[in-house]
Design a protein around this ligand. Structure first.
Ligand code: FES
Length: 572
């Protein structure tokens, strides 16, 4: 029996009143000593009706329980905070670390020998893995899967790339109100997370490359019965992981993060991964500077033809072979001997995978682009780095100089962006300040600033946009994000003024504010920080301890691992 499986046995077999209460209260749920003698597997469930992407996870949980029982384990389900992109304000990212703390402390405080963590919507996956990496008991990540494709008049619809695209067309006067409503009615056909290669698709796919999820986790649709069979398999496998005491610390190595970043580039995945992976790495004790994303981008071709950069969606990717088939193509670029939760290597996991549609999953010899779709920019406007998804950008704008048009925060942006009197041309660079981890607060997904309506009506659909915010992984355009240090801390972004010339050169990875050092020093001396967004509660804890984007926007006191080795002191 492993160290971790001793947790439940020491809990149930403790002498005196402690053991009595542990057994008696567990028996109150209908269990007996035959159950309590088995490895105790927690199923951390982010089910919530306030999170539609996770609203089917009760059924997934039942399938996991079936597998745990088949393998001789004792499954007990527990709730964790569920963060939904749609309903939660001001941004789900504000609460990602809170959810990670919830998961970690539930693992640490309860007599669990292993966990299967059920996630789906954008933040639920990184939050759960951050907590599990710190607690470090045997863990399998299991997502609920993507939605089926939307269909409208012969066109495939994708959430939420088409939410934005059709809104822009409606605002431009190019489609009617009736068409706009029809798109809304036909967009979301099933349970699941957004089905383009947005943040949820990206993070749930990367779980396979990290080695923390079973093959199939990334792309099996939520509505496909194979998702339930995957859940049952995860239930069986976690009991084996407990028996072998295979923990996240053995899987989440520097090599595993290289594998995940290579897959990220190959998929044209979400920029949000460049926040979440450093946060997870920070928990795992792996040094993951932004420069590693750029180094791997240079040698990782884009081979998955996925929206918003390409043509297809997750359902199509699944039929084409899924993430195992993508990983098999990438094997020459991967650490193929990395350990995974199957107990086997990454190469062994994907040995039988096949590409059934080479237009969806290209080979290394025939990539969509020879390099990855994401790059890290630096310059006097972003001394600690910034991110651009150039695969989803307009090529002509990737080498651009133009005058800044500055919005001091989101409220200012909303008030003025569609004003017919706004002095703006297609050459302008739209700059949004005070939208980073502290300024946002919570680094909201507002970096894809809307194109001013007066330009939309002239046919303009893209401009260079720069902020310290994030953007939805389903967004597209020439959008520079995650500028660090952020403007609310007095980073150079705070010093930009209307009319300043800004240079973006993606090929040379440069983001430059063409204002003299002397002038910037004068502006810095006159700069004052914005008032804090919170004066009490979780928000104040967040403001005091949140790190900047290159460190994953995690809390300073949560970095690192504090592995569970035995049960905490019992209460009785
Ligand atoms: Fe949940 Fe898009 S809203 S993944």
């Amino acid at each position: 029996m492993s160290d971790t499986s001793k947790r439940s046995q020491s809990f149930f077999n403790e002498d005196g009143v402690s053991g009595l209460t542990h057994r008696a209260f567990t028996a109150a749920m209908g269990y007996d000593s035959a159950d309590m003698s088995r490895p105790l597997i927690g199923i951390g469930n982010t089910w919530s009706e306030l999170n539609p992407c996770n609203s089917h996870l009760r059924q997934i949980s039942e399938a996991v329980k079936r597998g745990v029982l088949q393998a001789g384990g004792f499954p007990l389900e527990f709730p964790t905070i569920s963060l939904g992109e749609i309903h939660l304000s001001p941004t789900s990212m504000l609460c990602r670390n809170l959810a990670a703390m919830d998961t970690e402390e539930m693992i640490r405080g309860n007599p669990l020998d292993g966990v299967v963590l059920l996630t789906n919507c954008d933040k639920t996956t990184p939050a759960a893995l951050m907590g599990a990496a710190s607690a470090d008991i045997p863990t399998i990540m299991l997502s609920g899967g993507p939605m089926l494709n939307g269909h409208y008049q012969g066109e495939i619809l994708g959430a939420c790339t088409d939410c934005r695209r059709y809104t822009a067309e409606y605002q431009a006067g190019a489609i009617s109100a009736e068409t706009y409503r029809e798109v809304e009615a036909n967009l979301v056909r099933s349970a699941g997370h957004c089905m383009v290669m947005g943040t949820a698709s990206t993070m749930n796919s990367l779980m396979e490359a990290l080695g923390m999820a079973l093959p199939g986790n990334g792309a099996i649709p939520a509505a496909d019965s194979r998702r339930l069979r995957l859940a049952t398999a995860a239930g069986r496998q976690i009991v084996q992981l407990v028996a072998r005491d295979i923990r996240p610390s053995q899987i989440l190595t520097a090599e595993a993060f290289d594998n995940a970043i290579t897959l990220l580039h190959a998929l044209g995945g979400s920029t949000n991964a460049i926040v979440h992976l450093p946060a997870i790495a920070g928990r795992a004790g792996v040094d993951l500077p932004l420069s590693r994303f750029d180094e791997l981008s240079r040698r990782s071709p884009l081979i998955a033809n996925m929206r918003p950069t390409g043509q297809y969606q997750m359902e199509d990717l699944f039929y084409a072979g899924g993430i195992p088939a993508v990983l098999k193509q990438l094997l020459p670029l991967l650490h193929s001997d990395a350990l995974t939760v199957t107990g086997r290597t990454l190469a062994e996991n994907v040995a039988k995978a096949q590409v059934s549609n080479p237009d969806v999953i290209r080979s290394l010899d025939d990539p969509l682009q020879s390099e990855g779709g994401l790059s890290i920019l630096r310059g006097n406007l972003a001394p600690d780095g910034a991110v651009i998804k150039h695969a989803a950008a307009t090529p002509a704008l990737c080498n651009h100089r133009g005058p800044a048009l500055v919005f001091k925060d989101v409220a200012d942006l909303k008030a003025r962006i569609h004003d017919p009197a706004l002095d703006v041309t297609p050459d302008h660079v739209l700059v949004l300040q005070n939208s980073g981890p502290i300024g946002g607060p919570g680094m909201p997904e507002v970096g894809n600033l809307p194109i001013p309506q007066k330009l939309l009506r002239q046919g303009i659909r893209d401009m260079v946009r720069i902020s310290d915010a994030r953007m939805s992984g389903a967004s597209y355009g020439t959008i520079v994000l995650h500028v660090a240090p952020e403007s609310a801390l007095g980073g150079p972004l705070a010093l930009v003024e209307d009319g300043d010339e800004i240079e973006l050169n993606v090929a040379e990875r440069r983001l430059q504010l063409r204002v003299s050092d002397g002038e910037l020093a004068e502006r810095r001396a006159a700069w004052t920080p914005p008032p804090p967004a919170f004066s009490r509660g979780y928000g104040q804890l967040y403001l005091r301890h949140v790190n900047q984007a290159p460190l994953g926007v995690d809390f300073d006191f949560l970095r690192g691992r504090d592995a569970v080795t035995s049960m905490e002191q019992p209460k009785f």
